[in-house]
Unconditional design. Structure first.
Ligand code: HEC
Ligand code: HEC
Length: 385
């Protein structure tokens, strides 16, 4: 009898302790008060426990001494909402995601995107799947020159680029100072800005900083290619996780493409180049911005990660498929005055003359550059109800 009393006392104590522990756990795990969460839940489908946006680099990059920066979860969460919010455009019709779609590797599936007023962008939307904006990525002493943004490199940072998108007459048509006032009136931003910055003041700087934080968490380094490269010293070696076709395609890529697009598919070797799409230039590209005639008709060398999903291709979206891209390099390189030296032989453009088999193998290889997390994870998706 006595034992039973003791036992039940013990049991009660244990139950009490566990409930204390549970309370503690809830306090540390939940990021919003009930009231704050109710405010968010009226418009947004966000988890009560904040998503983690921590970025991990694959071993092959760490081996080279390249490490990811810290991404702040509260800022990235705010950035996600801003990225999908149509209030960022003048008439509430367009968000960043209208032209940068998650299932298309954050590019657009149309050659030219439609802006807030029905106008069309002058160029094809760029995939944000591998926008590398991290200062750490270029590290001390690294030989890389940091790429700039846009096909013609007219923006230095995502911050600068986002301002351009928001203020562009065709894209979103807003002025930054009007935008802060407009967003300050929305309840959910009162909560999200407070969580990210300590108080609910909405400023231009904070809007841009949070968007940049969200985009900085897009890394696309969790692909079959990265697993393969982690296991060897050098990207030209046979990957044990690849099929024969993928290994053959990789070899052809290393021989013909890596001199510009890079062997580890991280930062392009060449920041911008002319790859012989046309013999004359309808669009001056980089030269139109920096005024250097040798740069007329040159465009950013785009990263090829998730390339399978970011069609159509090139600055004007002229190619619908990867077959079309390979047909270009195989037979159709044009003699542009600024054609890159790697694509010419004396005064004439080279033709790479790929066989059908070569093309199929290279496409199989390019499909190993896909990071499904980026394309599918909820933390990168539209949070609006
Ligand atoms: C109406 C369509 C549209 C909207 C809206 C839009 N973009 Fe873009 N974005 C584009 C196009 C088109 C380009 C390429 C433009 C060029 O190079 O001339 C681009 C380029 C970019 C780039 C450069 C990528 C690189 O690798 O150089 C970034 C970053 C970007 N957009 C982010 C954003 C953000 C953030 C927003 C929202 C604030 C946004 N975009 C809104 C169409 C759009
Ligand atoms: C001389 C440097 C250079 C070489 C070599 C090169 N490329 Fe490119 N590539 C570029 C440039 C520059 C662009 C963008 C051109 C434009 O849009 O005007 C590009 C664009 C692309 C695109 C379109 C990307 C997008 O997002 O629209 C693909 C795919 C591509 N290249 C694949 C390859 C393949 C495969 C090879 C080898 C067979 C190759 N490239 C060789 C410079 C190069």
């Amino acid at each position: 009898m006595k034992n039973l009393k003791l036992l039940s006392a013990l049991f009660l104590m244990l139950a009490f302790l566990t409930s204390c522990l549970e309370d503690r756990e809830e306090l540390t795990v939940l990021n919003y008060t009930d009231e704050e969460f109710a405010t968010l839940a009226a418009t947004l489908d966000l988890p009560s426990t904040r998503d983690s946006y921590g970025v991990e680099f694959p071993d092959h990059l760490s081996r080279r001494g390249v490490f990811p920066p810290f991404v702040n979860d509260a800022k990235a969460t705010l950035g996600r909402v801003l990225f999908y919010d149509k209030h960022l455009s003048k008439n509430n019709t367009i968000s960043c995601a209208s032209c940068h779609k998650q299932d298309h590797a954050f590019a657009d599936d149309k050659a030219f995107s439609e802006g807030f007023d029905g106008g069309q962008t002058a160029r094809n939307s760029l995939s944000l799947a591998a926008v590398v904006n991290f200062p750490t990525y270029y590290g001390g002493g690294a030989t890389f020159v940091r790429p700039r943004f846009m096909w013609d490199e007219r923006a230095e940072t995502v911050l600068e680029q986002s301002t351009m998108a928001i203020e562009d007459d065709i894209e979103m048509g807003m002025q930054m100072h009007e935008l802060s006032a407009k967003l300050g009136e929305l309840d959910y931003y009162q909560v999200l800005f407070k969580k990210a910055y300590g108080d609910s003041y909405v400023s231009q700087e904070r809007i841009l900083d949070a968007i940049q934080e969200f985009i900085n968490s897009f890394v696309s380094a969790d692909s079959k290619f990265d697993s393969g490269l982690n296991m060897v010293n050098d990207a030209s070696m046979t990957f044990s996780n690849y099929t024969d076709a993928e290994n053959r395609g990789k070899q052809l890529y290393m021989q013909n493409c890596a001199t510009c697009h890079s062997t580890d598919l991280s930062i392009p070797v060449e920041r911008y180049a002319n790859n012989g799409l046309d013999s004359d230039n309808a669009d001056p590209g980089v030269g139109g911005i920096n005024g250097i005639s040798d740069d007329i008709g040159k465009f950013k060398v785009p990263p090829l990660r998730n390339i399978e999903f970011s069609a159509p291709y090139m600055h004007d979206g002229r190619f619908a498929t990867l077959e079309d891209v390979l047909d270009h390099y195989s037979q159709n390189i044009q003699n542009n005055p600024n054609l890159d030296a790697r694509l010419r032989n004396g005064s004439q453009p080279i033709q790479m003359n790929f066989t059908e088999q070569d093309k199929q193998d290279m496409i199989a290889f390019m499909k190993t550059l896909t990071d499904n997390t980026l394309l599918q994870a909820e933390r990168f998706s539209d949070p609006f109800k």
